[in-house]
Design a protein around this ligand. Sequence first.
Ligand code: SAH
Length: 493
Amino acid sequence: MAEKNTGKNTGKKSGQDNLDKELEQWISDFYKNGGKVTIDVNGKKTTSAPRTTGGKTNRKSGPGAKNESFGAKNRTAAAKNRNMDTRSKKADEGKPVGKPSAQPKRNTKNPCPISHKCGGCQLLHLPYEKQLKQKQQLMEELLKGICPVHPITGMENPWHYRNKVHAVFDHDKFGNPISGVYEAKSHRVVPVEKCLIEDEKADEIIGTIRGMLKSFKIRTYDEDSGYGLLRHVLIRRGFASGQIMVVLVTASPVFPSKNHFVKALLEKHPEITTIVQNVNDRATSMVLGDREHVLYGKGYIEDTLCGRTFRISSKSFYQINPVQTEKLYRKAMKEAGLTGTETVIDAYCGIGTIGMIAAADAGKVIGVELNQDAVRDAVSNAKANRVENIRFYCNDAGRFMTEMADAGEHADVVFMDPPRSGSTEEFMRAVRKLGPSRVVYISCGPQTLAIDLKFFRTLGYRAVGAWPFDMFPGTEEHVETVVVMTYGGVKKK
Ligand code: SAH
């Protein structure tokens, strides 16, 4: 395929040469600038996170590319890996990494009373229409000269959409348990009772747990002394299934009267379908530790997306806004234009969502993902859905693709859904060698998307259109985007 299209480009060679030079210059400036890109939206400068030179991301050196545990203390350090929740979950998924400060100014119109302390939602003071407009402008600015940006898809109801809720536990100066989020750039916990973007049932359960601690003599963990048991509570709720998982993150495996605690919690919330104890005994900013004990139920939840059922364990990445995710995936599928015969790669596949949806219209699908737990979920998801034309591999996506390319393999369509840090040059070069006619890039990091699209262009892949989706209403600038690229810019039907 690559050779075929090269011919088509020869007429435009000098234009292409200029473009390549321009891009080379751009990329070299980008790396000279420490891997930062500064954009200007309505006079407001935003600087993206630095990437390491040579196109390699710092994904592995940050907290937990492999470890699905969530970085907690440093809101920005973990922000690029979507597998990692932080204590500041909203900030993590809702702001560009490396931005100097996400602390919103006090705003009287802001409907959230703790917004200025929490820092998770920077746009709540704006009517939803304006939030969308701002995000649209951001995408247009970033992708200027790269491809047309279609109108952003917003939510009908932009409240309480987060189906994964995380609370850090602490105590106030009187020793009363509190739960909430870390204040931006500090270790102080801002108590949160209700959050406008979190699932209301999840907040209710967290409140119940907080209220039960005293009678069960469960102390919240104290970071400084290392004393106390309960560190965090993580709740995931299946949007379609209604199944609810409660993860109690404890500093020690010893959880006195845990059976009574579980029983009492279930009496108050019979809707909970599974309770897991996660042991995190390290002095770490990661939320989740490696060891888990299932205290009740199956230890995971299931949810349905685009007609497929997915198993989701505590550490696997799963989109937190299922309403928007369905729209996003449907668009990605449409743009992939599968006809039933193609060899498809689902890179950065997580629990296999995209690949499994694509499998119905493809010859075969190959999924690659770094996180072991996610791959385990993916394999069991394929079995449960009786999808037989899909295989999953646990590996670094760049390395895996390079090995495939070196072995002379070919792919027709590549879906790629990297973490916010974007992809790597190694990965993109391997895509070029595998020669797909179409690459569907699903991005959660607008800045890195722009960088990667520019690099792809130097390899001959041109973006033909971008479709942004507002995944995190109320939060700043974070937009999930589907971009379709074709080799040589020729849209194949
Ligand atoms: N496509 C999935 C998951 C996307 S999130 C979905 O839609 O649900 C990005 C995924 O990339 C995470 O599951 C993360 O674990 C994985 N990941 C991060 N770095 C990776 C790498 N170098 N190689 C392969 N997978 C990686």
